[in-house]
Ligand binder design. Sequence first.
Ligand SMILES: Cc1cc2nc3c(=O)[nH]c(=O)nc-3n(C[C@H](O)[C@H](O)[C@H](O)COP(=O)(O)OP(=O)(O)OC[C@H]3O[C@@H](n4cnc5c(N)ncnc54)[C@H](O)[C@@H]3O)c2cc1C
Length: 464
Amino acid sequence: MTENRLRLRNNSNIAIIGGGPAGSFFANDAIKNAKKLGINIQITIFNGKDFSQRGPSGCNMSAAVIASTLHAKLIKDGIILPKRIIRQEIKGYYFHTEEYGIELYKPEQSDKSSILAVYRGNGPLYSTHTESHSFDDYLLRHVIDQGVSLISEPVLDLNLSSNLDTPATIIYGKSGQQNKMEADLVVGAFGINSRMINKIEGLNFGYIPPKTIRTCQMEIPLDATFIKNSFKDNIQVFALGIKPFRFASMVPKDNYVTVSLVGSRDLTSNDLVDFINHPVVRKNLPHDWKLPEKFCKCLPKIALSHAKKPFADRFVIVGDASITRIFKNGLESAYITSQLAARAAFENGISNEDFDKHYYKPAHKLLAMDNKLGTIILAISDFVTKQNWLVKARLSYVKSRKGSWIANHLNKLLWNMATGDAPYKIILMQALNPVFQVILIPVTIKALIKDILGLIARRFGLKK
Ligand SMILES: Cc1cc2nc3c(=O)[nH]c(=O)nc-3n(C[C@H](O)[C@H](O)[C@H](O)COP(=O)(O)OP(=O)(O)OC[C@H]3O[C@@H](n4cnc5c(N)ncnc54)[C@H](O)[C@@H]3O)c2cc1C
């Protein structure tokens, strides 16, 4: 019965809380779906950030790498990013371990899409460029140009009525002012770093937000020619096997390098200093480089799990406050969840049951189930990268056989781990490939024996 009452109709209105990628992607899909149904819908996006600001206050803090799979989707949707938004086209990845490094290359070179490095806001604090660089702003303008209204004020609260005929109410405003807006459907695209998370949890319809951990990022200003020559358009990824770091990357962006760190605990600015002073990391910086006195840094949260029940009657949550692939392609997950939620709302309805069946279950199957395998793979990867002898032996073996099946297979495996281009299920299958493992057995045994002999020699003072 509820399905008939809770549907989007001609002149229905949608309020979207959050003008980050998930909010803009939802609006873009809602426009397409409304056109398909031949109905007129009013869409309003509320956004708390001013993307014209430099630094964290105008930025939805991330490494801001657009996976080639998402880039392909944007091209298909007619969202063609201009030059001022693309800070760097990325050729590949350089994978650093404590003692060894290997360059990874894109396994299939057939499609036109590329990996792109952008800024989410208007570039780093203290930067001096004149044009707008913000990717999030570009997406937002794309939907505003199609008729979406923007209210640049934060949403303070949300009321969902138990009476199905009563629309939801949004309370918004700044500087002590409070305004109200009624909406047939409210979309929560506020992201995991928003205070709205606690408000929504407090509505007690069953929403449990994703678990999170605090990451650390900084922007390093460097000479553009140095970056070009040193990074060679590659993202540098580090698996140093040292605590508390799990993943670290340095993304070249013309005259800046974005450093992003994810740890096994909440990270602080001190961890950033430790990382940047590690000898393997310092090799990527000019030899006389010193940490500037003032620089752009932030400590955003990243999702470690997915939300429970991110929907109710007339309300649905998309983006990383709902379901996202852990540590991989958050922007693409925002695209996927927004697309699924918009389709469910227009094709099926906006009731609790509609969102459960047509949005949450498919999104869960696509993203959350794969995250379970991801957790196992990442734990194995954490363990392996701590075994320097093993990593060094395997990588140097593969490097010496460039162009062979084994070298291509390892490249594909590491590429997928670094980029997230393949689901964790495929990565696991690639890692457990019997031919791959069998070929590496003698290499592993030889390296283990060498490591044990080295240990013994050191113990008896024969070697330093
Ligand atoms: C260190 C780090 C590195 C990352 N690197 C990458 C990467 O390289 N590639 C990638 O694909 N993903 C990356 N991610 C993940 C990616 O940043 C997120 O998945 C993505 O930003 C989620 O998009 P969203 O739209 O759901 O939320 P957000 O991007 O957080 O956007 C939410 C928007 O809602 C607004 N908002 C919040 N509360 C309110 C309110 N009450 N009223 C009005 N507006 C509100 C905010 O101002 C913001 O504009 C990274 C994340 C971290 C932490």
